[in-house]
Design a protein around this ligand. Structure first.
Ligand code: NAP
Length: 295
């Protein structure tokens, strides 16, 4: 592995994830010799420059990727197809094209087909984030101790996978390879469904009469407060995640609704042991997360 992972690394999108990656790369100095930053929003690009997140700031995406040996898409997944179309003719032979998108089959579909011969495509998903967005929201420690899942298509050059693994290891992440379809099912239950539930429960509370809503806010107990934190996430990013992991998300939602119905039945018929059993399972899961240092 080279001392520095990439000679020129281009980050396309400089929000929470892109700017966190830029910050850790700047702080360590052994991830990229030169960091090129692009964002489609001029204000985000100007803010990235003011924060000193890169070596160069390019408003034109094709200029940003020209001559780069590493390109990482850090925009919402719904924008990937048009970005891939714009950059494909400008990618250098031998370059590695990667991303940080939260859905992976859609990335294979939207980007995979447009990758020119001689360019290595190594999709990735750092399973780390907060409810904040934009270049100011990032921080260098975001990926420390978190998982980064790589979903390279079959036949991907192993040296390219090893280089992306090394990049993510240097951010402090633990790296694992996974099939894209499996990734989407796992993330549907551990991330996408909890967000769907949070957005929905906040909407339900908001729909209640004015008087009740005030009480909801005034007496918000920790359960509801935790939902509001998750529900404060970026609307574009989450719209794109839901629409790009449709099948797995709907499958997990259907299973959840069945289980919620079973819980409702237990409440209706006074089945205390069923309720206790479910609460105990929840406590057990929380304990395992704490033991795995993922809480
Ligand atoms: P973010 O803070 O909203 O940043 C995304 C940035 O990309 C914004 O500055 C956005 O500009 C810009 N952008 C939008 N369309 C673009 C385009 N066509 N070309 C270049 N830049 C574009 O979002 P984020 O949380 O960093 O998420 C970025 C990616 O990481 C997403 O694919 C998401 O699925 C993935 N991810 C997110 C999390 C999380 O928890 N947040 C965790 C893991 C992975 P505008 O704001 O003007 O649209």
């Amino acid at each position: 592995m080279p001392e520095i992972v990439f000679r020129r690394l281009a980050l396309i999108g400089i929000g929470l994830i892109g700017s966190s990656l830029a910050r850790v790369a700047r702080a360590r100095g052994d991830i990229a010799e030169e960091l090129v930053v692009h964002d489609s929003t001029p204000a985000a690009l100007a803010r990235a420059a003011a924060l000193g997140l890169g070596d160069r700031y390019e408003a034109d995406v094709s200029t940003a990727v020209s001559g780069a040996d590493g390109v990482i898409l850090c925009a919402p997944v719904g924008a990937f197809a048009s970005i891939a179309e714009a950059i494909a003719p400008h990618l250098a032979p031998g370059a590695i094209l990667s991303d940080v998108g939260s859905t992976k089959q859609s990335v294979l579909r939207d980007v995979g087909a447009l990758v020119p011969a001689g360019v290595h495509f190594v999709p990735a998903h750092p399973v780390a984030g907060t409810e904040y967005s934009g270049p100011d929201a990032g921080f260098a420690e975001l990926f420390e101790g978190r998982w980064c899942l790589l979903t390279p298509p079959a036949g991907t050059d192993r040296a390219a996978v090893a280089r992306m693994t090394e990049l993510w290891r240097r951010t402090g992440a633990m790296v694992e390879e996974m099939d894209a379809a499996h990734h989407d099912r796992v993330l549907a239950i551990v991330s996408h469904l909890p967000h769907l539930i949070a957005f929905t429960i906040c909407g339900t509370a908001d729909d209640l009469a004015d008087e009740t809503r005030q009480e909801v806010l005034q007496f918000a107990a920790s359960g509801f407060r935790d939902f509001t934190r998750i529900a404060a996430s970026d609307p574009t990013m989450w719209r794109d995640v839901f629409l790009n992991n449709r099948e797995a998300l709907l499958e997990m939602l259907a299973r959840f609704l069945e289980d919620a119905q079973a819980m409702a039945r237990a409440v209706r018929w006074g089945d205390g042991s069923y309720i206790e059993d479910k609460v105990n399972r929840g406590r057990k899961i929380r304990r395992s997360l704490i033991e795995l240092k993922q809480a």
